[in-house]
Ligand binder design. Structure first.
Ligand SMILES: [Zn+2]
Length: 294
């Protein structure tokens, strides 16, 4: 079922949700606490986040499962809870989304480095397979592999989700601007390298999330479009670059600031626009209005 990409093929621009991590912290998630455990212990708080993005006008919302791989959950002693936590995450967002909106099952990096031989390709594959299948069991429409920096890990995640679920499979990586103005992930991967490898691995949609505000995302989308004019592209931008004020991380871009950049990101070739760290339902509401106005 290619429900989301079918919508995009009709020429529609879709809006997705904003931050989850910073929102959970605002609701009381403490440093060192497992966010995914809240799907069981505080489902109403998680549901409230999901609902607030639907109310703000998001067409797609994510799930509280970014760190839901067995490698991440093991750190909290929850290595045997992958199925339970991820299925619950999907069910909560599905409840908020209803049948008319889409749910993207969030899958983040495992934190294990292939190049340091901390993990094998097969172990990574099995972990992504396990998490993706649990998200599908909870009712997600797509698997959203995100914030990736290692191309091999991203490729294995896409393959595992593709081969073991009937969901659409999306994948975004996190880039930074380096000296000379080019974009690279922490592991040295460019947006065009990502586009080639990840589309070949079977992804239905690719893109970029986190690490940057909307302004720098424009350059990344243009680079993806220079090597692939047809694959759908998603952008989840931060509310600007994080700054430290009075010992706290803050994000400088207001909802209005972000909204003014929406036409530029769509002109560059993005098909889905939403937020990452520091964005709130207010940011999504403004982005929604800016998309409508186009
Ligand atoms: Zn982020």
């Amino acid at each position: 079922m290619k429900k989301i990409t079918a919508e995009l093929q009709k020429g529609h621009i879709l809006v997705s949700d904003g931050a989850w991590g910073t929102y959970l912290q605002q609701k009381g998630l403490k440093p060192g606490e497992c966010p995914e455990e809240w799907n069981i212990s505080r489902p109403n708080d998680v549901l409230d986040i999901a609902q607030s993005y639907i109310t703000a006008g998001a067409d797609l919302i994510e799930t509280n499962s970014f760190g839901g791989s067995r490698f991440k959950l093991e750190k909290y002693g929850f290595g045997d809870k992958v199925y339970e936590f991820n299925k619950a995450a999907a069910e909560i967002s599905r409840e908020a989304a209803g049948p008319k909106h889409f749910v993207l099952g969030s899958v983040g990096p495992t934190g294990k480095l292939l190049m340091m031989e901390e993990v094998t390709e097969n172990e990574l594959y099995d972990a992504f397979k396990e998490q993706s299948m649990a998200l599908e069991a909870g009712g997600v429409d797509a698997i959203m592999i995100e914030t990736m920096t290692d191309l091999d890990e991203a490729r294995i995640a896409v393959k595992a989700a593709k081969e073991n679920t009937n969901c659409e499979v999306f994948c975004t990586m996190t880039f930074q601007k380096i000296i000379g103005g080019e974009f690279r992930t922490m592991m040295g991967i460019s947006p065009s390298e990502m586009a080639e490898t990840i589309v070949q691995a079977g992804a239905d949609l690719i893109g970029t999330n986190c690490g940057n505000g909307m302004a720098d995302m424009v350059g990344m989308v243009k680079e993806i479009r220079s090597v692939n004019s047809s694959v759908p592209v998603l952008v989840h931008a931060n509310a600007g670059m994080p700054c430290f004020v009075d010992g706290k991380t803050t994000f400088p871009e207001s909802p209005e600031d972000m909204a003014t950049r929406v036409s530029g990101i769509i002109a560059a070739g993005a098909n889905i626009v939403g937020g990452c760290c520091g964005t709130t339902p207010e940011h999504i509401r403004e982005i929604r209005d800016a998309v409508k106005a186009l």
